[in-house]
Every structure is written in C-alpha cells, then in structure tokens.
Design a protein around this ligand. Structure first.
Ligand code: NAP
Length: 476
C-alpha cells in the first residue's frame, strides 16, 4: 500500500515488508518514510490546520459517521487485514473492527458536544461589568503514534477525537501492522475528509520519531505503546501536550466467596486474548487459599482446551505472537521463572511465533515474569490468605492500568475498589474489559492522561476564554 503524505498517496523506492506472523509470508509492502517525508508531513499538517479548524461541528461529525459506515460496510475486509498482519484470530479481529465502528461513531457524536461554560466574572469585586464564557478550540497539529496489538481500533481512538476536535493529524502506525491504519485513512478520505487534514507516515519509529515529536509545529503527541519508546518521546517532545497510554502487568484478586467457575472462565480469556499481547491482559491472579485448588483446576482445564494455530481458521482460539523474537522472549521469561522455582501448570512450549498458553505457580518475586509486563500468553497464579495482603501484592508492581476483583460480598468488593491502585477497577470481571467511551488510562508507568473519546477530545482541544467588558451594564 502507499502512504498518505500531504494530499497524495505516495510510494517510495525503499519499502518495508509486512509479514503474516503465522507463516512469515509477505502480504504487502509499505513505503519506508525518511526525514524528508517527516518534513513534508509537518509542513502539510501545519498548512492544513486552517482547513481542519474551518470544518463545522456538523462537517466533522458527518465525516466521522460516514467513516464509521464505510468500516461497517467492509467489516470482513478490515477484520481480515487485522488478522493477517497481526496476531489476532479472525474472530478476535471481527470484534476489533466492530469496536472501531463504535469508536468512530462515538467520535462523530462527541464532535457535536464540544461544550464550554459560562464564567462567573462577577464572583469577585471588579468583575461586575464583565460577562463571558470559555469555548473549546482545536489544539492544532496532533502526532498520533500507535502500537501493533490493536492495529485498527487504537488508531481510531486517536484519529476520531483528533478530527472531532478540528485538528490536523499525522499518524505513525506500528511498522509491523500498518495496513489496517492505511485502510482506515482510505476510509476517511472516501468519507470526504479534506486533504491534508490527515496524513499517515509508514516507517520506523526509531528513524522518524525524534523529528516528528520534537517539532514545535506539533502541539500534541498522543502515544500508545511501550514504556521505553514512551520515555524517549517524553524526553524529546519539548513544550507540547503529551498523552501516554503505556503497558501494564494487570492483577486480579479472586475471593473464596466468588463465582469461581465464572472467574476462571473469564480470566482465561483475559489472559490469552490476542496471544496475551493486550495492555489490559490478565497477568497475575491472587486467589484466596480456600478457593485456590478449585480455581487452579478450572483455569488449567480451560487453558488446555484452547486451540492455537492458524488465525484465519474459525475454530482457532489463539494465534501466534507478533514475531518469533517476541515468542522466544516469553519462552525465556518462563524458563527463568522455572529456574527460580516456578512450576508450569500448562503450556510453556513454543513453535516459531506460536507460544502455548502458559500457566505458572510458585513464581518468585524476583522473576521477570512477576514484576515486568509479559505482553504474551503467560499468567501467574498465587494463593493468598487475607485481603490486605492480596491488595498489597496486586499493587506491588510499577504499573496500574486495570485491576480486577471477584467476590460476592459487597464490602469485600468495596475494599478492593478502594485498595487497588489502577485507572479502572473491574468487579466480577477480568481486567480485559474496556468500553470505548469510558475514561481509559493508567497510573504509575502505565501512562499519563486518559483516552475514551470525550476524554481524548478534552486533551486535543484547548479552552479559549471570551470576556466582554460592558461598562454601564451595572451602573456603580
Ligand atoms: P512500541 O514498541 O513502544 O511501539 C509503539 C509505537 O511507537 C510504534 O508505532 C513504534 O514504531 C513507535 N516508536 C518506537 N520508537 C519510537 C520513538 N523513538 N519515537 C517515536 N515513536 C516510536 O510498542 P508495541 O510493541 O507496538 O506495543 C506494545 C506496547 O504497547 C505494550 O507495552 C502495551 O502494553 C502497550 N499498549 C498500551 C495500550 C494502552 O492503551 N495503554 C494499548 C495497547 C498497547 P515502530 O513500530 O516503527 O517501532
């Protein structure tokens, strides 16, 4: 595919192969953008600020809703693209494409609800003759950088609010999964988005990143990805807004009075969705000692029932990791944990990029798989005796995106809600749940700021105060 630069779809002599991680087959190529392309994109976006700002709320809403319709009308094509270039099975990919329709629809609706407030200028002496309000105006040029694991919907989570807010936006999708993003850009153009308002640069973040994020014409960098790249971006960005949606190592607490069958079933799905390459995937499960054996038996049984293999096969539950190198890393982390005393209850083996769904117990605290983000299909079980201990253990890592707790006692649930340090606490559900309109984001190393269209829209616009001085309004 070509990339969208300025008002044109362009090729470059230097290209990057896009491969299916299941069989390593080349499915397409994209241009490898360079520094000169970054400059073209920045200049074009800067020039398109006025075009984007001139679109009325109605115009923006219509384009977003029309784009949602195009994705909905071509859902299977989008799903196949997600499944071919990434790790998701075709069933998982359909869910992502459907969520993308939701994300764009919410963006189209929110474009009409970009509200300000009246300001009580007379709330202090000296303001009697003044009246006014604030409204929200576009921030200008937004750079959006996205990861590989949700190659369509996480792109929509940036383009939707950026366009709803009246901004020009430059997208830099993950190098391994650029096709879903390019197709979404095509849909935006087909829906009538004025040219220049959206551009998509394909190429390596390590090559393009510094120039893109440090340029003063860019007013906001909205990033979703890993901690390392996030920290680099923060160090380079300079004076501009930053949105950071980073990784996690999500904990779940399962109490003895919970519905253990449901907890096991939903946590297995939460651990192995997208082969565990999921920022809100279940990684550590703390189970009350009285329920431990039952939960473990159910969890391992459900895990062993998983069918892994060809992503395009309707019967497949879990596909490969994004590449063999990543699968080898998870295999290494499992081996390290075992060396330090962990026991493998299920899985543990790897073939190419296919890592088996893996369940561990007795994982020591100094094992990498305990305290780092695994971002792969491996989950750790731990027995616990009391709730304070469970909460303290759950909070003991440097991440805090989602946390979850299972119990049938309201007070126990409230203690979990109050004790767990995370952007969201899910009760009687796994950590792997997100509604696209809810505030989404984390604390600690999980990030800064919140997405979820209304919340991203607030980040991607600025309040502009209008104050009228009206002498004679209230004669002194
Ligand atoms: P990644 O390696 O950090 O890459 C993310 C994006 O950043 C890619 O487009 C990448 O480009 C780009 N990038 C890399 N270095 C850069 C630099 N120096 N400057 C600018 N951009 C740069 O992450 P990933 O492996 O794709 O995704 C996995 C991570 O994302 C996990 O940690 C996961 O938890 C996190 N994640 C978080 C959320 C959330 O909402 N909180 C959602 C999904 C994923 P290249 O592809 O060219 O390297």
């Amino acid at each position: 595919m070509k990339m969208l630069l300025g008002d044109q779809w362009v090729d470059r002599e230097k290209t990057i192969d896009v491969r299916d991680p299941f069989d390593n087959a080349v499915i397409d190529t994209v241009p490898a953008a360079d520094a000169a392309d970054v400059e073209i994109a920045l200049a074009a976006a800067d020039a398109a600020r006025a075009t984007a700002r001139a679109m009325t709320a109605y115009d923006r809403s219509q384009v977003l809703l029309a784009t949602a319709d195009i994705v909905a009308d071509n859902l299977e094509d989008f799903a196949e693209t997600i499944a071919r270039e990434g790790s998701k099975t075709i069933r998982e990919a359909r869910k992502e494409a459907t969520r993308c329709v939701n994300t764009l629809t919410i963006s189209g609706e929110e474009a009409k609800r970009l509200l300000g407030e009246t300001i009580p200028f007379d709330s202090f002496p000296g303001g009697e003759q003044r009246r006014g309000h604030f409204e929200r105006v576009p921030i200008g040029v937004v750079v959006a950088i996205t990861p590989f694991n949700d190659p369509l919907n996480l792109v929509a989570h940036k383009l939707g609010p950026a366009i709803a807010g009246g901004n020009a936006v430059i997208l830099k999708p993950a190098t391994v999964t650029p096709l879903s993003a390019l197709k979404l850009c095509e849909a935006f153009m087909e829906a009538g988005l004025p040219s220049g308002v959206l551009q998509c640069l394909t190429g390596h973040g390590a090559v393009l990143g510094d120039a893109l994020v440090s340029d003063p014409r860019v007013r906001m960098v909205s990033f979703t990805g890993g901690l390392e790249a996030g920290e680099r971006i923060v160090s380079k960005a300079g004076l501009k807004k930053i949105g950071m949606e980073l990784g996690s190592n999500s904990p779940v607490i399962v109490w003895h009075d919970a519905d253990i069958e449901w907890a096991a079933e939903t946590c297995v799905s939460g651990a192995f969705w997208a082969a565990g390459q999921n920022c809100i995937g279940v990684q550590r499960i703390y189970i009350h000692r009285d329920a431990y054996d039952r939960f473990k038996q159910l969890f391992v049984t459900h895990t062993k029932d998983y069918t892994i293999g060809n992503k395009m096969d309707e019967a497949t539950d879990m596909g490969p990791m994004i590449n063999e190198g990543e699968a080898k890393r998870v295999e290494r982390w499992v081996a390290e944990a075992v060396e330090k005393g962990a026991t493998v209850l299920a899985g543990g083996s790897r073939k190419g990029a296919l890592m088996e769904p893996t369940v561990l117990e007795n994982v020591p605290k100094n094992a990498t798989i305990h305290f780092q983000e695994v971002f792969g299909p491996a989950v750790n079980l731990y027995p616990v005796n009391d709730l304070e201990e469970a909460i303290a253990e759950a909070n003991s890592v440097d991440y805090g995106l989602h946390a979850a707790g299972f119990s049938n006692d309201v007070t126990t649930c409230h203690r979990m809600i109050e004790g767990l340090d995370a952007g969201s606490v899910l009760i009687n559900d796994s950590t792997d749940y997100r509604l696209d309109s809810m505030p989404f984001g984390g604390i600690k190393n999980s990030g800064l700021g919140r997405e979820g269209i209304r919340f991203s829209l607030a980040e991607m616009t600025e309040p502009k105060v209008v104050c009228w001085y009206l002498p004679g309004l209230r004669p002194e």
